[in-house]
Design a protein around this ligand. Structure first.
Ligand code: MRU
Length: 328
């Protein structure tokens, strides 16, 4: 996998050969983004399978469950992580032998890898219809190729619009504290020759008030059955400001990001370490001993959403009613 902590300064790759290695890469955000960690976690389970010395299916299941528990404990908010793990685990039951189960698991993760890119292309085609030539789109964090296996969700929509000959500019909030916007989204868009401009997170309201944003398109880590959108911290304030200024707000997410089993109150928001907030480039910028909160995600209620872009089509208002019709 690409080491996303090193971008854009250097393009380094990390090779994971054990589920522990994958779990560590997810936890430390070497790999991040909901669809990417879903497929990576599934590959972690596949590594547990290929590395297992189990002689019976029961022994193999025990090895896989141990790896799955470790991988599940890495990050709590993106539902794709749990979806990916459960999907590969479900392949064991139908197998009639240990080698058969291993083959099925490996085949399944390869399918997931291919499907992810196809899904994003479908989603991009749905979303590209919403963009007009000359639009400036505000995003948040990185919901691009790096956050998926390829092509991206929110950035997939922008890529698809470009492929159709539309000229679209992107406003990229830096996305403190891990800077996925200024490091990763800017890197991707520049590489693809898509017009973009980094702004401080604190400039979002000003840009909207000056009419400099036509649409907001963001990714999602989980969309619950009651229509709440969990995404990178800072997304909710974009949604509130978009509503204030009459700017359409579109989350873009594949089927694997929907959690139809839960409502918003049942989801854990990840709290990350305080060092991400008080340290900048290895240097402490806040007084020692000051308390810090570092929630990694926030929650946008359905009434602030204009529509949700998915690979199965557009989920329009009322989104709570439309989700089961489009998604299940
Ligand atoms: O903490 P991160 O970088 O994993 O958070 C990523 C996001 O919030 C993305 O917007 C989301 O996962 C969608 S990625 C297609």
């Amino acid at each position: 996998m690409i080491d996303q902590t090193a971008l854009p300064t250097s393009l380094r790759h990390v090779r994971c050969t054990t589920p522990e290695g994958v779990a560590d890469a997810i936890k430390t955000m070497v790999i991040r983004g909901a669809p990417a960690i879903g497929v990576a976690a599934a590959m972690g389970v596949a590594l547990a399978a290929t590395g297992s010395e189990a002689r019976t299916k029961e022994e193999l299941t025990r090895d896989l469950e141990n790896a799955a528990a470790l991988l599940r404990s890495t990050r709590p908010t993106a539902v794709n992580l749990f979806w990916g793990i459960d999907r590969v685990l479900s392949r064991v039951q139908a197998a009639d032998s240990v080698p058969g189960a291993k083959r099925r698991i490996v085949a399944e993760v390869k399918r997931m890898e291919e499907e992810d890119v196809e899904t994003n292309r479908k989603l991009g085609a749905v979303g590209a219809d919403l963009l007009e030539d000359g639009d400036t789109v505000l995003t948040q964090c990185n919901a691009g190729a790096l956050a998926t296996v390829g092509y991206g969700t929110a950035l997939g929509v922008i890529r698809a619009a470009k492929e159709r000959g539309k000229t679209v500019s992107v406003l990229v909030p830096e996305t403190r504290p891990a800077l996925q916007g200024s490091r990763l989204t800017a890197f991707e868009l520049l590489t693809d020759g898509i017009d973009c401009r980094i702004i401080p997170d604190t400039a979002v309201g000003y840009m909207m008030s000056r009419g400099r944003v036509n649409k907001v398109i963001v990714g999602a880590d989980r969309i619950t059955r009651d229509g709440f959108v969990f995404n990178k911290i800072g997304t909710y304030q974009e949604a509130v400001l978009a509503s204030r200024h009459g700017v359409p707000f579109y989350p873009a997410a594949p089927r694997s990001t929907f959690d139809l089993a839960r409502s918003n109150a049942e989801v854990t928001i990840e709290e990350r370490g305080f060092d991400e907030v008080v340290m900048v480039r290895g240097k402490r910028i806040a007084p020692k001993g000051v308390p810090v909160s570092n929630p990694a995600f926030d929650v946008t209620p359905p009434e602030l959403v204009t529509a949700i872009v998915t690979d199965r089509g557009l989920i329009r208002q009322p989104v709570v009613k439309s989700i089961p019709r489009v998604i299940s």
